[in-house]
Design a protein around this ligand. Structure first.
Ligand code: DC
Length: 232
């Protein structure tokens, strides 16, 4: 039985944590598309491309070849052959990714890679436009969200744990700004696909969210597969 699960939602909703756990439960592969956009952003930052200049971004991104490898179940992002995982999770890269991912040339470069991964194996893929654009026929589509305050608090605790100085209001402003950019861009904006199930994790634990997604998967994929077999 082959299947794909798409999880979309705004920054900080817990997509990657949840998607990783769901993939582990189902023994399938977790594909983090945000990391691909981050690798592209890292390349653009290294090239010192002006983020306000879409034409330059569109031109410069042609020099970045992004590919994916899996080692011990972990996704490794290769930027022109270099493993860049260690450089992707900074605020600077995240903010650049939010700007550069609105560029059609950047999206075009990553679309094929994402579709091919989903064609070649069972995946839980998370991002912003997986259910709407990348995998419109995904077997399960989840739109995972939480209030901006909840998301800011989670990020604040994460940064504090790492010993980084941070300010809750600033993080919340940053998150709301990123939501605005991701939701209002012309190409592939973040929005709930018509056939996606909305999961609001504001008042839920990670385990509760994972459980509810596995339940949706069972109903949509396993049960319908069994019905299909019985009918066949
Ligand atoms: O999920 P993330 O924070 O790692 O994503 C970084 C940025 O990349 C985010 O601001 C929007 C963009 N992105 C996108 O446009 N489409 C995706 N499928 C994944 C991420």
């Amino acid at each position: 039985m082959s299947y794909n699960i798409a999880i979309d939602g705004p920054a900080g909703a817990g997509k990657s944590t949840i998607a990783k756990k769901v993939a582990k439960e189902l023994s399938c592969v977790y594909v983090d598309t945000g990391a691909m956009y981050r690798a592209m952003a890292l390349y653009l930052l290294r090239c010192k491309v002006d983020r306000e200049n879409p034409a330059l971004i569109g031109e410069a991104c042609q020099g970045a070849e992004i590919s994916i490898e899996y080692k011990n179940g972990e996704q490794i992002v290769l930027l022109n052959g270099e493993n860049v995982n260690a450089f992707l999770r900074t605020e600077e890269v995240g903010n650049m990714a939010s700007v550069s991912s609105a560029n059609p040339k950047v999206r075009e470069k990553l679309l094929d890679l994402q579709r091919k991964l989903a064609e070649s194996m069972n995946v839980v893929m998370d991002g912003r436009d997986i259910g709407t654009t990348i995998l419109p026929n995904a077997d399960v589509k989840i739109y995972l969200t939480a209030s901006s305050l909840t998301r800011a608090k989670r990020r604040y605790l994460e940064l504090q744990e790492k010993g980084e100085k941070c300010d809750l209001d600033e993080i919340r402003r940053d998150i709301e700004e990123r939501d605005m950019r991701d939701m209002s861009r012309e190409i592939s904006p973040l929005k709930q696909a018509e056939d996606a199930v909305l999961v609001d994790s504001s008042e839920m634990t990670i385990e509760e969210v994972v459980k509810s997604i596995l339940q949706i998967f069972r109903e949509k994929v396993i049960l319908s597969d069994e019905v299909g077999k019985n009918e066949g």
